[in-house]
Design a protein around this ligand. Structure first.
Ligand code: 13P
Length: 333
């Protein structure tokens, strides 16, 4: 319990005005895909060079209050072999579940020793594949067990039930599915005696499917998402740190800004990976002489999202690159 309070104290720093989280916990396989997109080999040295570029951007701490790391980064170097994460869910409609609960208690205790104060668990729900009641229950139960184990070992769990952007459904269908998923997640969190004051929720925003013909405005996304947050998320939860899920950099910032036009009972902020890193990665291109320019683009995005957290982002002067969507069909993180 004492350890939890140590972490809860830090929670106030993470969920502080104008700041959000940099998700840079791409697994080595995903990091490899990112590096391949700029023609680089997936070596530990390249992954390290890229991650170093991110964390050493001068002044980043003004906008970013925490970073989510992959295990390799936490320990500087490990081998690739560990199998954790999304795997096929037997008995479902081709859906996934997130394995890794086995041994999690000792791993989280070791992560705490290594200096971590937060942990993240992502699981996904696919709308076109159902979602089946089985997949939703498994997702919610897994998140709740993980959260209880993480808190027990002094870490603040970031609870990430991602509803994938895949599909041609409208925003109402996403709302309906998210309503069900969030209800089950919070039901099982309570069943597992998780302290809501000591978690962060990392949800996807309520948007239409990526292949839906009818696009939603930031005001619509904000209206649907806030309505659902109010219905489902207790105000005891200190922070809602959205993932970007394949939205363009600018879209993710505009949507966040629209959600912060009035007071909210939670800190409503960001924990983006792609929507913070995309232009940065392309600008870097693996060339040492581009590090400074790449860090500048990261700072531009971080500042834009900081303003969006305060509801003061205008969208002026954004590059064409930042407006490009990043949705990849069937994307597995
Ligand atoms: P995106 O912002 O790219 O969706 O990633 C967030 C994340 O951490 C997924 O686990």
């Amino acid at each position: 319990m004492f350890q939890c309070f140590t972490s809860f104290y830090k929670l106030k720093t993470v969920a502080s005005p104008g700041r959000g989280i940099l998700a840079m916990d791409e697994s080595n396989a995903t990091c490899g895909k990112r590096l391949a997109s700029i023609g680089l080999e997936n070596t530990e040295a390249n992954r390290q060079a890229y991650r170093t570029l991110l964390v050493t951007a001068p002044g980043l701490g003004q906008y970013i209050s925490g970073a989510i790391l992959f295990e390799e980064t936490l320990y500087q170097s490990t081998t690739d072999g560990k199998k954790m994460g999304l795997v096929p869910l037997a008995g479902s409609n081709d859906e996934s579940w997130c394995q890794g609960l086995d041994g999690l208690a000792s791993r989280t205790a070791a992560y705490y020793q290594q200096g971590a104060r937060f942990a993240k668990w992502r699981t996904v729900v696919s709308i076109p594949n159902g979602p089946s009641a089985l997949a939703v229950r498994e997702a919610a139960w897994g998140l709740a067990r993980y959260a209880a184990i993480a808190q027990d070992n002094g870490l603040v769990p970031i609870v990430e039930p991602e509803i994938l952007l895949d599909g041609d459904h409208g925003i109402d269908r996403t709302f309906e599915v998210a309503q069900k998923v969030w209800a089950e997640v919070f039901f099982y969190l309570a069943e597992n005696n998780v302290m809501f004051e000591g978690i962060l929720l990392k949800p996807s925003m309520v948007t239409p499917g990526a292949e839906c013909k009818e696009k939603a405005t930031p005001q619509q996304v904000a209206e649907y998402t806030l309505k659902l947050l109010h219905r489902r998320i207790p105000p005891a939860v200190p922070g809602i740190m959205f993932l970007s899920g394949g939205q363009s950099e600018v879209e993710a910032t505009l949507n966040l800004n629209a959600m912060n036009q009035g007071p909210n009972p939670w800190h409503v902020s960001f924990s983006y990976a792609r929507a913070l890193q995309n232009t940065c990665l392309k600008t870097w291109g693996g060339r040492p002489e581009n590090v400074k320019a790449a860090q500048d683009t990261l700072l531009t995005r971080a500042k834009a999202n900081s303003l969006a957290q305060l509801g003061k982002y205008t969208g002026e002067g954004e590059s064409e690159e930042a407006k490009k969507g990043m949705f990849v069909k069937g994307y597995v993180y």
